[in-house]
Design a binder for this molecule. Structure first.
Ligand code: UGA
Ligand code: MN
Length: 242
């Protein structure tokens, strides 16, 4: 059965570099359907072209963050596009496992091999996230008994979006399961809506002792000033043959 990877993405200069890293990771994983869901007013042609070039089995989706959330400072990033990916799963998938993989994280392929066998919901540590540097389930005798996370708040499942995978069948059996547009509570809201009990969670990565996914993000380049860009001679060297 396939592994569905749902990747939210949005247009910016780093988009193709981030998608290249993610794609070339997924090229090393068998039987993957890569659902790339773009938050954009129109499809980014470079993305559509690149997806076709990868040779991966890809599904391109496009949605936009609802206007009311675009206005606020702290946005529910990637929610509209993840929901669109979930819609694809509801309409097209019947078995396998899905995972929310942001375009900018770094993934060890061992993670994908293990999550493939998820029966309900599996969980694992995520590195380079929050002030504690790692977010992870706490495992005792093979059972998840709590969470270690820099922001526990009122969350029952204080984890990161990259820290869990879900069985497609389990999800399909729960037609109301959905992700809320609630900043900080996207993961918790989604996991609660699945009705998963903590003792049912399957800890991966050797009882959560290994970090196989990290929060990373490509650093923004300081763009040249438009006035400089327009002077075609600035930043060139055309006298080398003289
Ligand atoms: C963290 C979590 O890892 C995300 O899963 C979560 O959605 C996010 O916080 C949040 O709650 O805002 P972080 O690295 O802080 O992620 O955020 P980004 O990497 O900037 O965005 C998360 C995902 O949403 C990325 O795949 C990004 O491409 C996408 N995104 C971001 C959009 O689709 N639209 C946007 O306007 C911004
Ligand atoms: Mn990120």
């Amino acid at each position: 059965p396939p592994l569905y990877i749902i990747t939210p993405t949005y247009p910016r200069a780093e988009q193709i570099p981030e998608l290249t890293r993610t794609a070339q990771t997924l090229m090393n994983v068998p039987n993957v359907v890569w659902i790339v869901s773009e938050d954009a007013p129109v499809p980014t042609q470079a993305v559509v072209n690149y997806l076709n070039e990868t040779g991966l089995k890809t599904v391109y989706r496009r949605v936009m963050m609802p206007a009311k959330y675009q206005k606020v400072k702290n946005k529910p990033r990637g929610v509209a596009n993840r929901l669109s990916g979930l819609e694809y799963i509801r309409e097209n998938a019947k078995d396998g496992v899905f995972y929310f993989a942001d375009d900018d994280n770094t993934y060890d392929i061992k993670l994908f091999e293990q999550m493939r066998w998820t029966q309900r919901v599996s969980m694992f540590p995520v590195g380079l996230v929050t002030k504690l540097g790692v977010s992870s389930p706490i495992v005792r005798d093979g059972r998840v008994v709590g969470f270690y996370d820099g922001w526990i708040s009122k969350r029952r499942f204080p984890c990161d979006m990259a820290g869990f995978a879900v069985s497609v069948q389990y999800f399909l059996e729960r037609p109301k399961a959905t992700m809320p547009f609630k900043v900080g509570f996207e993961e918790d809201g989604f996991l609660r809506s699945l009705g998963i009990k903590p003792h049912e969670i399957e800890p991966l990565a050797f009882n959560c002792t290994k970090i196989w996914v990290w929060h990373t993000q490509t650093k923004k380049n300081q763009p040249a000033l438009p006035v400089v860009q327009n002077k075609m001679t600035v930043g060139t060297n055309l006298d080398i043959l003289k």
